[in-house]
Every structure is written in C-alpha cells, then in structure tokens.
Design a protein around this ligand. Structure first.
Ligand SMILES: Cc1cc2nc3c(=O)[nH]c(=O)nc-3n(C[C@H](O)[C@H](O)[C@H](O)COP(=O)(O)OP(=O)(O)OC[C@H]3O[C@@H](n4cnc5c(N)ncnc54)[C@H](O)[C@@H]3O)c2cc1C
Ligand SMILES: *[C@@H]1O[C@H](CO)[C@@H](O)[C@H](O)[C@H]1NC(C)=O
Ligand SMILES: *[C@@H]1O[C@H](CO)[C@@H](O)[C@H](O)[C@H]1NC(C)=O
Ligand SMILES: *[C@@H]1O[C@H](CO)[C@@H](O)[C@H](O)[C@H]1NC(C)=O
Length: 623
C-alpha cells in the first residue's frame, strides 16, 4: 500500500507544477497506465486553438457528459468540434477502482467547499462540506466511485410530468442502452441493458468476504437479490460499475479515447473557459473566452456553444456571462442578458458515513487485505483482486422507509452502501481527508479500539436518495476563478433528517441478521464528539451524529433546471436550449429538474446521449 501512496504524492506534486511541465507529465503518467491496454484506449493529443478560430460546435468541459457529446457530434463528418477541458489526463492511479477516495486529494479535483451548513458537516474540517469535482479529461467520472445506477423509472416519468416532453422512462431507456456494453453475463440478454456501446459496465471481478453475509441478510429481511437497473429497484445487489477489465472506464476512456484521431475533433486541454460570449442585441451565443498556458483567447462557434461544465461549472459560467437572476448579477455589476433562475434547485445526496462495524474474524475487511499488498498489486496487474472494488463498495441496497412521502412502495428513499472497509481503519488519514473528518475527531472516536480491531471493521452507510431539501449556488464575484458560494441546505426539511435516521435503523437491522451475527458483528459505540450528552442509539443521538458528520455523495444536480417555456423555474428547455438565448445549450447534471434516486453518472451519460440526438435533429441530421 505504501509505495502506491508515495507514487500518488509524487504524481500530485508533479501535477501542481507549472503548466508546461504538466504537459510533459501527461506523457510520463501515461506510460504507467497498466498493460495490457484495451486497443481502443490511448493518449488524447492536445490541440492549441488559434485566437478567433471558428468551429461548428464548442463544448465546454470533457466530463461525464461532454465526452459523450463530443463523440456523438463528431459522428457528423462535416461538423468541426472543439472540446475545451480545464484539466489534463487520467493516469495510473485514477484507473484503480479502490483508489477513488484518494483522487479527491489531488489537483484532479477543483476543490470546492460549501458555505457553513446549519444541519450538516458541523464537526468537519473548517465546519464546511467538501465538494470534490473532477478537473481532468473525464471530469467527475474520473474521481467517482464507479457505481452505475440509473434510478427508478418514475424518477424520469416525474421529469416528463413536469412538462419535459421526451424525457419519460420509455423514451430515455434507449439512451441508457445505447451507451452501454454490459459485461455481466446474466444481464447480456436483459431488455434493460445494452451490448456493444462505448461504456463498459461490469461487476468488480473480486468477491469481498462480506458479499455472502450481505446476500444472506437480504434473504432474511425479505429482500430480493436483483439487478437494480432492471424492472424493479428495491432490493440488494452487488454494485454494477463503469469498469473495463477491472479498471476504471471513465467517460473519457469510454467515449473520447477510441475516437481521438477523428479529424473533426479537437481537444484543448488545460484550457479554462472564463466566459461564454453572447451578443446582447441578438441574444446569440457566438463563442467563448478561455485561458490556456496563462494566455487568454477567444474562439467562435458557427452553430452552437454547449456547456457541459457540470452542476457547479455550468451555473457559474452562465451567470458570469450574463445569464442568471437579475438582482443577483447586479450585485456584481454583471449586465443581465436574460433573467433566469440559474443556481436555484440545487439538489444532492447526503450520506452518514462515520459508523464502523467490527467483526470477530480477520480477513473479512479491506484493511486486512492491505497487509498483503504485493499480492494485491500483482492481482491488479491482471485486472483482478480487491483493488478492483469500486471505491471500496461491496454491496448496495435500495429500501423504502415509513417516512417516504411517496405511497408508491416500489420507489426507494434510502440506499445502503456497504464498504469493504471503514473510517476506523483509516490508519494513514486519506479517508479522513476526503470526508473532512479531523484527526482530533478520529482519535476521540476510534482510539478506544485496539489497532487490529480498527482494521477489522467495515461500514454500511445510509444515503438519503429522495431529499426534499433544496440548496442554491451563488456567485462570489464576477470572476470565474473565484469559487461560488454553495448553500446545500441539507436537512432543511426535517423529514429528510427523520428519513436518514430510518436509514441508520435499517443498517442496524442488516447487522442484526443471523448472517452478520455469525461474525458477532458489532457497532463501535463511542459517541461522536458533541453528541455525548445524548442517550446512545436514541433517535436524538443519531440526529445529532448525522448533523455533525454527514457528507455528500457528490451528486450535485439541478442548477440549470430543465422546464418548458413559461415555467418560471426553468433555465433550459426540454431540448436543452437556454431559454431566451440562441445557440446555447446546457447538457450535464445541472439540467436535471429533480435528482433521481440513484448515483448520477449513468443519468448524466444518458442526458448527453439524448442531447446528441436533439442537436442532430435540430440541424436536420438524421438520427
Ligand atoms: C468523489 C465522487 C464520487 C462519485 N461517485 C459516483 C458514483 O459512484 N456513481 C455515480 O453514478 N456518480 C458518482 N458521482 C457523481 C458523478 O460522477 C457526477 O454526477 C457526474 O460525473 C457529473 O457529470 P457532469 O458531466 O455533469 O460534470 P463533470 O463530470 O464534473 O464534468 C465537468 C467538466 O467540465 C470541466 N469544466 C468545468 N468548468 C470548466 C471551465 N470553465 N472551462 C473548462 N472546463 C471546465 C471540468 O473540469 C470537468 O471535466 C461521484 C462524484 C464524485 C465527485
Ligand atoms: C436469456 O434469457 C432467457 C429468458 O428470457 C434465460 O432463460 C436465459 O438463461 C438467458 N440467457 C443468458 C445467457 O443469460
Ligand atoms: C500567469 O500570469 C500571471 C499574471 O498575468 C502571472 O503572475 C503568473 O506568473 C503567470 N504564470 C505563468 C506560469 O506564466
Ligand atoms: C465470532 O462470533 C461468533 C458468534 O458469537 C462465534 O460463533 C464465532 O466462533 C466467533 N469467531 C471467532 C473467530 O471468534
């Protein structure tokens, strides 16, 4: 484990160095991408645009969405497309699925933080929530935990019911399938899955020893072990992951690398867009301004500019370019071109991850396995072993609690994510840094456990997947370089807090099954700092604990809400065009009108697939 860590630090330092050496580093780290490599993968050449150069389409951001869109638009040979990305390449480390938590500590992360939250992250570093976002080819699909989960069919039918024509489940299912190349044998002929698409979906080729009791617990509690991306969602499963031969299959690796030599695709890396250029008279987007190698320049779009900069980037870019709430833009002296509710409707999934469960047997959890690192590394080289666990996740469960505001019992409101390790086993402090837990907190809560017992722990974390609370993203200044002010408002609706407590209770039920009691599985019971005065395991105690240390699952969506013309809450139309502006679309997580009850990457890829078709249709290209 240790040499991996040193190499990681080295890479991080190198990435921080000056831009030119960073470019050199791209080649260097690329050498370390493990072999055998899929023949479709390879280094994406960097393009240096000329000032005022013209393209048909300019796509901002090569993340989960932008990579897909660049692929689909360049299928039209006469369209010249420029893809602008602020970050550089993926590397050896970002390929390793279990290292996902470490990546947020590198310059591949934009490093946003929230404003202080009244009901969350109260005891974390700086009393704020960390909001990692990918700044690299592939965007947040390079930092993410690889879990491929689409959502409940009614999540999308809700979008359609809000007036978004074309977005019902039956209409979008073909786009999920279009991207997909399902590698899970028993699902290859499922009518819910696709074969032959760019994006590989696999199970980690490794079975955590915890998988068996998890499966048995499901049975004891009356839940089915099933494909949660199929007909029904409620149930337990092994996570499906965006993975190819045991390695991360980011959006960039899936959609960009195989087409890197298409002559009509240009990818400009290390290029940060500071403004979308919009003619205030004709209200038409004409291009973008960006800086690369510290040089500022402009490029022009003959047809359209598409913002795929993510929920934070797209909202911020629109606002600094004059598209946003008029009063708010006036505060910063930005002339309003179109008054739209950009930044509102921010939704996210929050999770409670401080609990650790102790088993009485060694070899059950991740931390134990780290001891055998040479073997683990060797197994990884052939695409196997525990390093392939997606972000360390070994099991998922979707359940419906009694607090659900929905009468439809097929719709989950809590997800449980079983991690093969836990925060307690975080000897080096990497997980602590990711979660924002202070060393002081860690030692207060876990020092009562002897070292070997800290290692024999795992976690099951409840996630609030149908929150009612809504936040807002606001500018800090008119300069894109200043990170925005992000109010998440987690648990502003108290029903959300009650539901989360139900999540904790659900985890307790799983742990008390015979399947887990076979290992005498026990919750570590040292109370969290700040909650010591409350009766341990009472609802009041968990309420306190949740507010002290809950963190985000990094699923921010909704800041450029899709809604039909005439709906005052909408920023983009159901064809993803910014209301009142010509030649400007948004295609990424920010357009979601309501967050699906799932991890968001799969839905973002679907949105981009559909956006590709919408754009082709609007320019008369057969789809
Ligand atoms: C740590 C973490 C774990 C996650 N785990 C999961 C998971 O397990 N499963 C799942 O489904 N989802 C997960 N997610 C969420 C999922 O990855 C995101 O919802 C999804 O990637 C968002 O896609 P996007 O295209 O909207 O934005 P992004 O993928 O973030 O892409 C935006 C891109 O735009 C670039 N950009 C932004 N501004 C500019 C600018 N001004 N100029 C140039 N480029 C710019 C960024 O660098 C980035 O590459 C996770 C996210 C994180 C951060
Ligand atoms: C394909 O589907 C049928 C039923 O629809 C099933 O009996 C069969 O086992 C499936 N084949 C594979 C390879 O999963
Ligand atoms: C970039 O420009 C700024 C200000 O113009 C300057 O201070 C900085 O040193 C430059 N950085 C590089 C790498 O040239
Ligand atoms: C773990 O606990 C279970 C249940 O109490 C017990 O049956 C088992 O023998 C224990 N295993 C070890 C290795 O102590």
């Amino acid at each position: 484990m240790r040499w991996f860590f040193y190499l990681l630090c080295f890479t991080a330092v190198q990435n921080n160095a000056q831009m030119d050496s960073r470019r050199f580093m791209d080649y260097w780290t690329d050498l370390f991408r493990p072999l055998p490599r899929n023949p479709r993968e390879g280094f994406i050449p960097d393009y240096i645009p000329k000032d005022q150069e013209e393209f048909d389409f300019i796509i901002i951001g090569a993340g989960s969405a932008g990579s897909v869109l660049a692929n689909r638009l360049t299928e039209v040979p006469q369209w010249k497309v420029l893809l602008i990305e602020s970050g550089g390449n993926e590397n050896f480390f970002s390929d390793i699925p279990i290292f996902a938590p470490f990546l947020s500590l590198t310059p591949m992360n934009w490093g946003y933080t929230s404003m202080p939250e009244p009901r969350a992250c109260r005891d974390l570093r700086g009393k704020v929530c960390f909001l990692p976002r990918g700044r690299v080819l592939g965007g947040s699909s390079v930092l993410n935990f690889l879990i491929y989960q689409r959502g409940h069919p009614e999540d999308f039918n809700d979008w359609a019911r809000m007036g978004n024509e074309g977005w019902s489940y039956d209409e979008i299912l073909p786009y999920f399938k279009k991207s997909e190349n399902i590698g899970i044998k028993e699902l290859r002929n499922s009518s819910y899955h696709g074969v032959g698409g760019y994006l590989n979906i696999e199970y980690a080729p490794y079975h955590s020893p915890l998988e068996k009791p998890f499966k048995q617990a499901a049975e004891e509690l009356g839940y089915k072990w099933r494909d949660p991306n199929g007909e029904k969602v409620i149930g337990f499963s092994k996570p499906q992951a965006t993975m190819r031969n045991g390695r991360r299959c980011s959006s960039s690796k899936a959609f960009l690398e195989p087409i890197r030599f298409r002559p009509n695709l240009k990818v400009s890396k290390y290029s940060t867009v500071s403004k979308i250029l919009i003619d205030p008279l004709t209200k038409t987007a004409t291009g973008v301004e960006f800086s690369k190698w510290n040089k500022s320049m402009q490029v022009r779009a003959r047809r359209e500019v598409i913002s795929s900069a993510g929920s934070i980037g797209s909202a911020q870019l629109l606002m600094v370019s004059g598209v946003g709430p008029k009063e708010h833009l006036q505060e910063f002296g930005i002339p309003t071109i179109t008054d739209l509710p950009v930044g509102y409707n921010l939704q996210d999934h929050v999770t409670f991850s401080g609990n650790a469960f102790i088993v009485n047997q060694t070899g059950m959890t991740m931390n134990d396995l780290a001891a055998a690192s040479p073997f683990v590394a060797a197994a990884y080289m052939s695409g196997r072993g525990p390093l392939t666990l997606p972000g360390g996740a070994a099991g998922l469960a979707f359940v419906h609690t009694k607090y659900s505001h929905d009468l439809d019992k097929t719709r989950p409101d809590i997800e449980l994510v079983m991690g093969a390790g836990s925060l307690a086993g975080d000897a080096v402090g990497i997980l602590r840094s990711l979660l924002g837990v202070t060393d002081e907190w860690y030692w207060k809560v876990y020092s009562s456990l002897p070292y070997n017992m800290r290692q024999s722990t795992f976690s099951i974390n409840p996630v609030l997947i149908r929150p009612n609370s809504v936040g807002r993203l606001m500018l800090r200044s008119s300069n894109f370089a200043d990170h925005p002010r992000i109010h998440l408002n987690y648990f502003a609706d108290l029903n959300d807090l009650r539901t989360m407590i139900e999540g904790v209770r659900m985890v307790e039920k799983v742990i008390s099954t015979k399947a887990f009691q076979r290992y005498n599985t026990k919750l570590h019971t040292t109370p969290f700092p700040g909650c010591e005065s409350l009766l341990f395991d009472s609802d009041e105690y968990w309420e306190c604990a949740i507010m002290q240390t809950s963190i985000t699952l990094d699923h921010q969506v909704g800041t450029c809400k899709m809604a039909p013309a005439g709906d005052p809450t909408g920023v983009v139309s159901p064809r993803l065009q910014v209301h009142g502006i010509r030649g400007l679309r948004v295609a990424d997580a920010s357009i979601m009108p309501r967050i699906p009850a799932a991890h968001t990457h799969a839905a973002v890829v679907m949105i981009a697939e559909k956006a590709g078709d919408l754009i082709k249709q609007d320019w008369g290209i057969p789809t």
